[in-house]
Design a protein around this ligand. Structure first.
Ligand SMILES: Nc1ncnc2c1ncn2[C@@H]1O[C@H](COP(=O)(O)OP(=O)(O)OP(=O)(O)O)[C@@H](O)[C@H]1O
Ligand SMILES: [Mg+2]
Length: 393
């Protein structure tokens, strides 16, 4: 389980450290940084899949994602006497993402390459690509030199062997590759493989498309689907998988909880699976193409939350979208049940969902607000903050 999430200089998350529990609710007004927390976690997950640099580039690269405020605020800027203004940079550009759990911690530090002094025709065209400057994996909740297990500094990487001696890996790591995707030998870096596999199990669900052309509304070839895809196209197969190898009683209960008297069936026509829903008062079941947006979104969330293969971490971004407030209590019950098998983080605006989840045991609210453009957590004492140390360059 993750106990700390740490982000620095990523959008409005200038210096953001959040304690995490079993079931986390991220809330706050528009623009307070909720989606930034979601995106930062997803970027962190991309490191283990080898996609952190392309993902950053799709978001506009470092010029867009780097904290747009000054390196530090002067006393006058904080009291409002002086305007907020930039000063000459004294520190290198550095976007940092990290987490720590009971067992391991991981941090990555991204920056820009040193100015290229070669003649123009010899220069790389990728000069705006961020560079991975440092990556570390350590033992326990806090980075201490003695707890460091795997350490990448620029192109060189070293791991600690059984006797605690550092072994440098001969092969250099490219500036755009995470050390986690570069090395797969479980003998030299077993902790790294463990961290990588945990991160790869993290699952993210953002808005599902349910418009009339959405793949969710079309019959799809069905194969065993213990994990609903991100676009939900395999909804029918995922629901059938829950019925066969998951918890079919929980599935039926979740449908009845939201739509009393209704039930779903999965039809199979020449290998193409489709969800149909029997509703009280209707003579024939309705196909996915005929269901309302909210009904379909609820079914998608049911499939995501009742997965027979729970991830280490499940992150939901605004799951309430287009759900009627009356459905939110049923959704909250599903989320709470999922948190028995996975650590869960929910980003939400919906007061009813938040209120229902706050009543759950082990839930904790992370209420965000913005101060001088930077996201901070409301009402946490400095003393309650988990200890965190970034690796230096
Ligand atoms: N590079 C940047 N530097 C500083 N702040 C940034 C940067 N990029 C975006 N922001 C700020 O981040 C905020 C957007 O945060 P985010 O999208 O996480 O809000 P939100 O809490 O999800 O809001 P909503 O409820 O509207 O979805 C904006 O206020 C924007 O000013
Ligand atoms: Mg948002």
């Amino acid at each position: 389980m993750l106990t700390t999430l740490a982000i620095a200089h990523y959008r409005s998350l200038r210096d953001f450290i959040a304690p995490l529990g079993r079931l986390n609710l991220v809330t706050g007004p528009n623009g307070s940084g909720k989606s930034n927390v979601y995106r930062a976690l997803r970027l962190l997950a991309e490191t283990a899949r080898g996609g952190v640099i392309p993902s950053l580039a799709r978001e506009g690269g470092l010029p867009s994602t780097l904290w747009a405020g000054p390196e530090r605020f002067s006393r006058g800027m904080l009291t409002g006497e002086d305007p907020v203004q930039g000063t000459r940079r004294s520190e290198p550009v550095s976007l940092r993402l990290g987490f720590a759990g009971d067992e391991f911690g991981y941090a990555i530090d991204l920056g820009l390459p040193a100015p290229d002094l070669r003649p123009a025709d010899k220069r790389t065209k990728f000069s705006l690509d961020p560079i991975i400057k440092r990556e570390c994996i350590w033992n326990g909740p806090l980075l201490r030199p003695s707890a460091l297990l795997v350490d990448r500094q620029g192109a060189s990487m070293r791991t600690r062997d059984d006797s605690g001696e550092w072994q440098t890996i001969a092969q250099p790591v490219a500036s755009f590759d995470s050390m986690m995707t570069e090395f797969s030998d479980p003998r030299t870096a077993p902790e790294m493989i463990a961290v990588r596999e945990t991160i790869r199990s993290w699952r993210f669900y953002d808005h599902f498309r349910t418009d009339s052309d959405s793949p969710v509304r079309q019959p799809q070839i069905g194969t065993h689907t213990p994990v609903l895809s991100n676009d939900g196209a395999d909804l029918a197969a995922a629901l059938q998988t829950i019925r066969e190898i998951g918890d079919p009683a929980a599935l039926d209960a979740a449908i009845d909880d939201a739509f009393p008297g209704s039930r779903i069936e999965i039809t199979n026509l020449d290998g193409r699976f489709e969800v149909v829903m029997y509703q009280h008062g209707l003579l024939r079941p309705l196909k996915a193409a005929e269901l309302s947006d909210g009904t379909l979104r609820y079914l998608l969330l049911v499939a995501a939350l009742l997965t027979p293969r729970p991830p280490a971490l499940l992150v939901l971004n605004e799951p309430e979208t287009s759900l009627h407030p009356d459905l939110l209590a049923a959704l909250a019950r599903l989320i709470a049940a999922a948190s028995a098998h996975s650590q869960v983080l929910v980003v939400s605006h919906a007061a009813r969902l938040i209120a229902a989840l706050e009543r759950e045991r082990d839930s904790q609210s992370i209420v965000l607000e913005k101060e001088l453009g930077a996201t901070r957590i409301v009402g946490v004492d400095e003393l309650d903050m988990p200890a965190w140390k970034w690796p230096s360059r």
